[in-house]
Design a protein around this ligand. Structure first.
Ligand code: PEP
Ligand code: MN
Length: 338
């Protein structure tokens, strides 16, 4: 439920409404706009009688949110959420944000080389996994904290903010000390204790869609993070499992306009995991921008044939530059810049 206050509502009116909400064990989320203040009610709102709130002084209207996700919904917040990174990069604004880099941080040399090239091509965030969620326990699991240190070094040298995955609640504090954005991978989209842990951190969270999750389940996972107090969530479509085996996953681009309509949160697309094939990254990147995505997450490796993970879907730096160039007119056609 959201409670829209009257333009003339006083602080006393706002406090009175908030007290009523809190008195039945619910929490309030206050958004002060330039025009008016809106109180979001967090928790099981069956405890609250909307009519008893409607009659309080200063209340203009009480709106019930019909979706099971509340804080993530457009009804709760009409204006798009724009997330600002420490260097001023904005996610969800007019400019398309491209996050690029290797699947995994492998060595200082390859990471710095990749960072240099993706930056030159126009990427604004460097990606790289230090803790890798591999299907096989015998595959390369990532460099752990050493990988985080290397990412921080790349940020120092090239000034690119960094995004990296966090796999477990006990690692959230450590990864937050290094990362500018915490990534929740597809396999952990419904790891609710991890979602709550990143919800208590003060870093933006990129939440990948579970490979077998519906759009509603994905938004409910975002709700866990928001309800834990972290309002900076970026949604990432990365493909879902279908009967198709030609591609690694089926990239659901229709999710982009659907989620943009249902939610105020920024949406980005990962065409690398979404297809599993480097040749498909360019066309699907164009499609994602045309569909309204706020950004892209792309795997780039200086020598994909030598990559320790996800080589077949990684772009060579020169192909990445080509993709970036060809995205310019697509972005322009839909009123965005890149
Ligand atoms: C990744 O970004 O490298 C990754 C493991 O992604 P996903 O969780 O989408 O498989
Ligand atoms: Mn990968």
């Amino acid at each position: 439920m959201i409670i829209v206050l009257d333009r003339k509502a006083t602080q006393e009116d706002i406090d009175r409404v908030a007290e009523r909400v809190q008195a039945v064990g619910l929490r309030v989320h206050l958004s002060r706009g330039t025009e008016r203040t809106v109180i979001g009610v967090i928790g099981d709102e069956r405890q609250l009688d909307p009519e008893a709130i409607q009659v309080l002084p200063g209340v203009e209207r009480v709106v019930r949110i019909l979706h099971p996700f509340k804080l993530a919904s457009r009804e709760f917040k009409e204006a798009p959420t724009i997330i600002r990174l420490p260097d001023g990069t904005e996610i969800g604004g007019a400019k398309i944000v491209v996050m690029a880099g290797p699947c995994a941080v492998e060595s200082e040399e390859t990471l710095l080389e990749t960072a240099k090239m993706v930056k030159a091509a126009g990427a604004s965030v460097l990606r790289g996994g230090a803790f890798k969620p591999r299907t096989s326990p015998y595959s390369f699991q990532g460099l752990g904290e050493e990988g985080l240190r290397l990412l921080a070094r790349a940020r120092e040298v090239f000034g690119l903010p960094i995004i990296t995955e966090v796999l477990s609640p006990q690692d959230v504090e450590l990864v937050s000390q290094y990362a500018d954005i915490l990534q929740i991978g597809t396999r952990n989209m419904q790891n609710y204790s991890l979602l709550q842990a990143v919800g208590r951190s003060n870093k933006p969270v990129l939440l990948k869609r579970g490979m077998m999750s519906s759009i509603e389940e994905w938004l409910m996972s975002a709700e866990y993070i928001l309800a834990s107090g972290n309002h900076e969530v970026i949604l990432c479509e990365r493909g879902i499992r279908t009967f198709e085996t030609y591609t690694r996953n089926t990239l659901d681009l229709s999710a982009v306009p659907i989620v943009k309509k249902l939610s105020h949160l920024p949406v980005i697309v990962d065409p690398s995991h979404g297809t599993g094939k480097w040749e498909l990254v360019k066309p699907m990147s164009k499609g994602a921008i045309a569909a309204g995505a706020d950004g892209l997450l792309i795997e780039v490796h200086p020598q994909p044939e030598r990559a320790l993970s996800d080589g077949p879907q990684s772009l060579r730096p020169e192909i990445f530059s080509e993709v970036m160039r060809e995205l310019v007119p697509v972005a322009r056609a839909v009123g965005r810049e890149i």
